[in-house]
Design a protein around this ligand. Structure first.
Ligand SMILES: [Fe+2]
Length: 315
């Protein structure tokens, strides 16, 4: 029988260092210099792993990224993000509210509305912006790969574009096209390869007793960077310790998840609540279990595009 170690162990300290509690963080309204002075672009960022496009790199309390960053973005009703393109891939997972995302090409814009647990991966070099047209604030989780930290190229920013044109991501009246995966416009079909609707993504029951929906990776949106999945962990289900050769992260969306780390005979555990995160480094034996009385939903990011090789075993 392995020992659960005392409060003072170095393994426990290491796990604690890689857990980010939602309440330990503060939303930053000044994360993006390009928004300063433009109240319509107001947004707040909470950085968990890396700076996620903000120049505020390396701040205490934010974990160092290996292959991906992870942050939350909060947007009030009526606010928008100016259309821009960048050399990195960026995923938006909706946590609360409804977000309108637009992709622009030569003055035409395809707009999609994304609800809770829907995701879009903004492809490299495609102009994109987003707007909260809903009745409640929007909270999303953004992950970007860390390959090229070049700043975004703004295509329709209010600093040099009429505010209303910036708000529609560059589409003059009549040039906004609603998203339709069956639509004839080439941008509609391109976008359809980058969108996951939670309700339409197949639910895969892992033999270890939890569910997964593949968002990014084989079976979901194809990407050369990282895999992203949503896990559903029923009450009482857990897996035996496993190790990857890359890092993985869990952001709890609903319920609570107990995560454990192992080194030799020593094991330590911490319980995560909604919007808490753990980053499990490459090579670290770790596991998860739902010790609670209610189901748990987890957003998982894995620092490789390679297909899953692990076979999870129920603990
Ligand atoms: Fe972007």
């Amino acid at each position: 029988m392995n020992m659960i170690s005392p409060q003072t162990s170095s393994l426990r300290a290491a796990l604690k260092n890689n857990v980010v509690r939602h309440v330990s963080k503060t939303f930053d309204w000044a994360a993006f210099p390009s928004n300063v002075g433009y109240p319509d672009l107001e947004r707040a960022q909470m950085r968990y792993i890396g700076a996620g496009g903000s120049p505020k790199v390396g701040e205490p309390g934010t974990l160092k990224p290996e292959h991906f960053t992870l942050s939350l973005i909060f947007k009030h009703v009526g606010k928008f993000a100016a259309c821009h393109a960048q050399e990195i891939e960026e995923s938006f997972l909706i946590i609360d509210g409804v977000l309108t995302v637009g992709w622009e090409q030569e003055g035409e814009v395809v707009e999609i509305k994304l609800g809770p647990k829907d995701m879009i991966l903004n492809a490299r070099d495609i102009g994109h912006g987003f707007r909260n047209d809903g009745i409640e604030p929007v909270l999303i989780s953004i992950s970007v790969d860390v390959g090229k930290p070049l700043p975004p190229r703004y295509l329709y920013h209010p600093k040099n574009t009429d505010l209303e044109l910036a708000r529609t991501f560059g589409a003059v009246p009549g040039k906004t096209i609603p998203y339709d995966p069956e639509g004839a416009h080439p941008l509609q079909s391109v976008m359809s390869k980058y969108v996951i609707r939670h309700a339409e993504a197949p639910t895969i029951w892992d033999a270890a007793g939890f569910t997964r929906k593949i968002y990014v990776g084989p079976g979901g949106v194809e990407s050369p960077t990282c895999r992203k999945e949503m896990l559903g962990v029923p009450v009482g289900v857990g897996v035996k310790p496993y190790t990857r050769d890359v890092e993985d992260a869990f952001l709890v969306l609903e319920g609570s998840l107990t995560v454990g780390w192992m080194e030799g005979d020593e094991q330590v555990e911490m319980e995560l609540g909604p919007r808490d995160l753990v980053l499990n480094p490459a090579g670290r034996a770790h596991w998860f279990r739902n010790n609670s009385a209610g189901p748990c939903t987890v957003w998982s990011v894995i620092g490789t595009d390679q297909p899953e090789k692990l076979v999870f075993e129920r603990a």
